[in-house]
Write a protein that binds this ligand. Structure first.
Ligand code: BES
Ligand code: ZN
Length: 631
């Protein structure tokens, strides 16, 4: 607990429970510390934007690699909805707060009473600040923890060039609070600016436009469009840039740059396709940053600067659906945002649908259809494993850690729901509806309820056919019967060959796999029986050296097949894979498959012991639970 700032007038201090005579008592006792789930609009935030909302964040931070901390201040500008003095509650997690000041119109900053509440394991700690009537700005001086959940600090050895340390943030879903004190809810949008000081030779990048360097050498940024907190992003490292087109380009470490630029050559075409489909691209530039391999996601749609894993650099552009996906978020998610995490499908279901549409336009219907089929395969798998309550698109996730509660269901079921609507009303009408949706709610945060109202109004003029089963799609478990089936003739051929091989009618070597694309390989591996015998797995690897593939997605599927078959063949490859990248989508299923047998659990623990120090805090949280980490 903090001591009373001396600047606080005696009366106010006394009223707030401060012993003004000694100045040693807590500066602020609200008497009613916000409890974790107290009927606020967003159950994952302590803030109450109905009283005051943050409209701008100005960051001034030093990046201190030696101590693994960010240190400096955030000035928050507020839009006040109640004029009286009020307790402003911000979200924080493991922040060390050194001072809080507030400012009214035309006055200087003056110390403000504040109190950092107790830490909830999921939500972090509420920072309650007593704001005088009329105060429109607060300045919080703070320092992050070396273990901040939204930051990963890398040693030089964890980077491609191995010469300099690296830092990157991951704010979605509720990690922005671990590096900025703010109203950490997607229901609040803010503009932001930043001044970031980094060591000599390092470059800072943010999800904002770059401005001229400051007189002190600081990197300066400005985001003039209001965005939710989960899209504030920062990366610091030794990186270079290569242009991809008039408004696109890629950043990454120099040893990776040529490969990355080659992989993403179709980015500009994707932007144009997306504009034709969804309306103008509103963020001026679209750049990518390829991070070191410990980045825990495939991609993260930080505005103007998608963060991406290097595992999508397959060499043959076969995994760039991730780029189509993150680019699509420039409309669904970044422009029109889910107002709380219960509405996550509005971000990811829309985006997955839009991703498939972009792929169709840029790479053709056949490839898009393959992705729809793979999505359906993934959905069937998800439905097999999730309890009914978690099979609902719009579902209550309060009291749960979003990193665990937000699943693949929102992606594939959400996308299929929209495809089913598209089929029902026809493409031209549905496309017009989509554009209207992005236009009407641009720079707004929306709920499923608002989506339903808009749908009924614009697409069905108030009389929506019951046969569409819209309520079942949104509020019931399972899959409604009107789901549009996905079908790929190329996959039918893969399946037929696979069945012949499984039935012993042909050898592995005679499979027509030489001509298979990555997607066909993914189909083949994903559709193999769970109990494939280990000698059958060995036969496949002998014929095609799948365990030596340079394609991370194929390798991942292959390693799953091997683990399930009980084959130990590619042990080294598995260990190398798990210790060389930290993408959660790969880590989670592989560790889960391993721990199913006692011997596998031992192996998982042995590998994890080596790998864990290199994983991102978000991945560590996930894998700790899977393997029962208990050092
Ligand atoms: N926004 C998500 C990543 C995310 C979701 C981070 C929830 C934290 C919480 C991103 O757009 C995404 O979905 N990435 C996918 C790739 C995509 C092609 C499905 C991933 O990381 O695998
Ligand atoms: Zn996404």
């Amino acid at each position: 607990m903090r001591t009373c700032p001396p600047a606080i007038p005696l009366l106010l201090s006394a009223a707030m429970g401060c012993a003004a005579s000694t100045g040693s008592s807590p500066s602020l006792r609200t008497g009613s510390e916000p409890s974790p789930r107290s009927g606020r609009p967003d159950p994952h935030s302590y803030s109450d934007p109905r009283q005051a909302r943050v409209s701008d964040v100005a960051l001034d931070l030093d990046v201190r690699f030696e101590r693994r901390v960010l240190e400096g201040a955030a000035i928050l500008t507020l839009e006040r909805l109640v004029p009286e003095p009020l307790d402003l509650v911000l979200d924080t997690r493991d922040l060390e707060i050194s001072s809080v000041e507030s400012q009214g119109t035309g006055e200087g900053f003056a110390a403000a009473p504040f109190r950092l509440g107790s830490r909830d394991a999921i939500l972090g700690a509420p920072l309650t600040i007593r704001l005088p009537a009329g105060a429109l700005r607060v300045r919080v001086a703070y320092r992050t923890s070396p273990n901040a959940s939204g930051l990963q600090w890398l040693n030089p050895e964890q980077t491609a060039a191995r010469t300099a340390p690296y830092l990157f943030t991951q704010s979605q879903a509720i990690h922005a609070r671990s590096w900025i004190p703010l109203q950490d809810t997607p229901g609040v949008r803010q503009t932001y600016s930043a001044s970031i000081r980094v060591p000599e030779g390092a470059t800072a990048l943010m999800s904002a436009s770059r401005e001229a360097r400051g007189a002190d050498g600081s990197f300066r940024f400005r985001m003039t469009q209001p965005i939710p907190s989960y899209l504030v992003a920062l990366a610091v490292g030794h990186v270079g840039f290569e242009s991809l087109g008039p408004r696109s380009g890629v950043w990454t470490e120099p040893p990776v740059l040529t490969k990355a630029a080659h992989e993403f050559a179709d980015t500009e075409a994707m932007i144009s396709a997306a504009e034709e489909l969804f309306g103008p691209y509103r963020w001026e530039r679209y750049e990518l940053l390829v991070l070191p391999p410990s980045f825990p996601y495939g991609g993260m749609e930080n505005p103007r600067l998608t963060f991406a894993t290097p595992t999508i650099l397959a060499g043959d552009r076969s995994l760039v659906d991730v780029v189509a996906h993150e680019l699509a978020h420039s409309w669904s998610g970044n422009l029109v945002t889910n107002s709380e995490w219960a509405d996550f499908w509005l971000n990811e279901g829309f985006t997955t649908y839009c991703e498939h549409r972009i792929v169709e336009r840029v790479f053709g219907a056949e490839r898009a259809e393959m992705e729809w089929v793979l999505g359906r395969q993934s959905l069937d798998e998800t439905l097999r494993t999730l309890p009914p309550a978690d099979q609902i698109l719009r579902r209550d996730v309060s009291g749960r850690d979003p990193d665990e509660a937000l699943t693949q269901l929102a992606y594939d079921k959400g996308a299929l729901f929209l495809r089913t609507l598209e089929r029902a009303v026809g493409r031209p009408r549905f496309d017009a509806f989509l554009q209207e949706w992005f236009d009407r709610y641009a720079f707004h945060s929306v709920s499923t309820k608002e989506f339903l109202a808009f749908l009924d109004d614009r697409l069905f003029s108030g009389s929506r056919p019951a046969s569409l089963a819209v309520d079942a799609w949104l509020f019931q478990p399972g899959l409604p019967a009107n789901a549009v089936p996905a079908h790929s003739a190329a996959f039918d051929r893969v399946d037929a060959a696979s069945e012949e091989w499984l039935a012993g009618k042909r050898s592995a070597a005679s499979l027509p796999a030489a001509a298979w694309t990555t997607h066909e390989w993914l189909r083949f591996l994903g559709a193999l029986p769970r109990d494939l015998a280990r000698d059958r797995a060995a036969e496949l690897d002998a014929a095609f050296a799948i365990s030596s593939t340079g394609n991370a997605e194929v390798l991942f599927q292959w390693l799953l097949v091997e683990i399930r078959s009980g084959r130990a063949g590619s042990e080294e490859r598995l260990e190398a894979f798990l210790t060389s990248m930290g993408r959660r989508k790969y880590l989670k299923p592989l560790y889960e498959a391993l721990v199913r047998t006692p011997a596998g659990r031992q192996r998982a623990l042995a590998i994890y012991r080596r790998a864990r120090p290199g994983y991102h805090p978000i991945a560590v949280e996930t894998v700790d639970k899977i393997v029962g980490w208990n050092p």
